[in-house]
Structures are given as C-alpha cells and as structure tokens.
Design a protein around this ligand. Structure first.
Ligand code: NAD
Length: 292
C-alpha cells in the first residue's frame, strides 16, 4: 500500500517528536530545517530530508509547521521561496506552532485566496508527548479541513478540540500557556510558604495533588523537572516568555483588565535579565522564595 505523505517544516524539539509519531503512524515523512543538528537528528529517525520548501511541496500537499514564532510561520508561508510560491493545488498547512491569532487569520485568508487551506493546531505535551503521540491539540479552522487532517492529528494527539474558525486554536493555546505560567508562579510561592512553615516540599505536593489546589504544574512539572533540580523539560524560557507576552497582548487588544494575569506577565518579563532565553521554562520558580 502506498504510504500517505506529509512534509514537516521545523524539526526542533517538538518537530522531531511529531515526526516520530507520524512515522510510527505509517506515514512517509519529508522534512526540512535551517539547523544542521536538527536535520541530522530527523534523518536518524527516518525522516527524508529535503533542502528547500519548494522541494518539500513537490513531495506532498500536506505540510505541518513546528516553528518558533508567528514571524517564522509568516516567512515560511508567504516569504520568498515560501509555501505559497511552490504549493501543489489544494495544499493543507497544519500549523502546530504557538502563534498569533491575528497573523494566523491573515495567512489563512491569503492561502484560501489561492485555493489552499490553513489549520491552526497548536499543541501541549512537550517533546515527550510529541514523540509518544499523546499531545493535546486545540484547533481553529474549517471543519472540512480538519477532517482532511484527521489521520495525522490522530497519530499526534490523545485529544483534539475544535474551537471554531481560524485563529481560535492559537487564542486557546495562549490562554492555556498564560494559565500554566501563572500556576508555575503560584505553586512555587505555595511551596516556598510550605518550606518556611517547616513542611517537606515533596510531602506537601503529595497532599496538594490529592486536593483542590492541584494543577498540571503541581502534578507534573514539580515532581518531573523542579524538585529534582532537573530543569530539562525541553521548553525554553524564551518560548514561554513569548507566549506570556502574546497572551498579555490579546488582553490588551480586547481591552480586558485582568489584574492577576497582568502581574504574572510582569513577573515573566522581569525574569529576562536573570534567566537566560535557553534555560528551561520551569526556572521561573527561581524568582520566587522557593529553595531549589
Ligand atoms: P525549537 O526551537 O526546538 O524548534 C523550532 C525549529 O524551527 C528549529 O529547529 C529551527 O531551526 C526551525 N526553523 C526556524 N525557522 C525555520 C525556517 N525558515 N525553515 C525551516 N526551519 C526553521 O522549538 P520547539 O520547542 O520545537 O517549539 C516549536 C513550537 O512549538 C513553538 O512555537 C513553541 O512555542 C511550541 N511548543 C513547544 C513546546 C515544548 O515543550 N518545546 C510545547 C508546546 C508548544
């Protein structure tokens, strides 16, 4: 049987994991990245490398993006030598990057005007979830395009939620990450309070995780990456600071006043001089009174 093909642009922490799940799902995966180590790692797991977006478009009309920011996504779709210049008819772009809803809507319109389609399908679950095919995807775009993407989405995720038209997925992802950013700060403050009160952090978390104060941060991040001083989740401060900034911008654009969220955004922005971009995003807990 001929394998269905998919092209992946961006073979970094998430892109590599997603390629593993797509290959395991029985798809033939073509990929490209600007970075040599990322290309080598992808080739080692069975991705067929190509040197340009034009070459990728020759292989398939289904293209998945896993890129750092909306600016990268824009460049890859409408920039020089981008997808729009080389796409086969009726190409479907699935953007799994955490991007900006208004940029996404503009790109979806540009693609649609040439007979193509864009789904925003950002992801949660980190590199390990990407590699295991157990991510959560929040999706924006047309139902028919989602149905076309479904075989790939099923290989990548344990749960996919269609929120509505183009941009909805990216808005939902920013809201999710704002909450995660807040939970990191509030949970670190709670554990710091426990330490000061003479409690053992691991025991305190065991109690919190059986009670109503728990969250994914207390259940997953603290034991897996923080209390053991591992700080190796595969998601960087740079990317999380971007997401918090974008969530804050969404609030401003919608003229919403959310005092606690604004304070969280201030805490993340203030970490810039002391916590380098490439450090793990869980390092934000070091700005609280928590003893790690
Ligand atoms: P990453 O930096 O590891 O990977 C991005 C890759 O894109 C890099 O390898 C880079 O070389 C490549 N790239 C940039 N411009 C390119 C271009 N023009 N052509 C080809 N390749 C290009 O980042 P990541 O951690 O994999 O994150 C990717 C996206 O997923 C981001 O938007 C991030 O916010 C989101 N995300 C990450 C995680 C995580 O845990 N790492 C979790 C959920 C969502």
């Amino acid at each position: 049987m001929v394998k269905q093909r998919i092209g992946v642009i961006g073979l970094g922490s998430m892109g590599n994991g997603m390629c593993q799940s797509l290959l395991r799902g029985g798809f033939e995966v073509f990929g490209t990245d600007l970075g040599v180590p990322q290309r080598q790692a992808a080739e080692a797991i069975g991705v067929t490398l190509v040197d340009s977006i034009a070459q990728l478009c020759q292989q398939t009309e289904i293209i998945l993006l896993s890129l750092p920011t909306a600016q990268h996504v824009k460049q890859v779709i409408v920039g020089d030598d981008g997808i729009l210049q080389s796409a086969q008819p009726s190409t479907l772009v699935i953007d799994t990057s955490t991007s900006e809803p208004d940029v996404t809507r503009g790109l979806a319109e540009q693609l649609a005007s040439q007979g193509h389609a864009l789904l925003d399908a950002p992801v949660s679950g980190g590199p390990s979830g990407a590699a295991a095919g157990t991510m959560v995807m929040v999706i924006g775009g047309k139902e028919a395009d989602l149905q076309r993407a479904m075989p790939f989405i099923e290989a990548l995720s344990a749960k996919a939620v269609h929120l509505g038209p183009s941009g909805s997925g990216h808005a939902a992802k920013l809201i999710n990450n704002l909450l995660c950013a807040a939970h990191l700060v509030t949970t670190a403050e709670a554990v710091a309070l426990g330490q000061k009160a003479g409690l053992d952090p691991a025991k305190l978390l065991e109690g919190l995780n059986a009670g109503s104060g728990r969250s994914a941060v207390s259940e997953v991040n603290f034991p897996r990456w923080i209390l053991n001083n591992g700080f190796d989740s595969g998601f960087t401060m740079q990317l999380m600071r971007k997401d918090v900034r974008l969530a804050e911008k969404l609030c401003r654009d919608l003229e919403l006043e959310l005092p606690l969220s604004e304070q969280v955004a201030k805490i993340w922005a203030a970490s810039e001089p002391t916590i380098p971009d490439q450090d793990d995003f869980n390092c934000i807990v070091k700005t609280t009174g928590l003893e790690t």
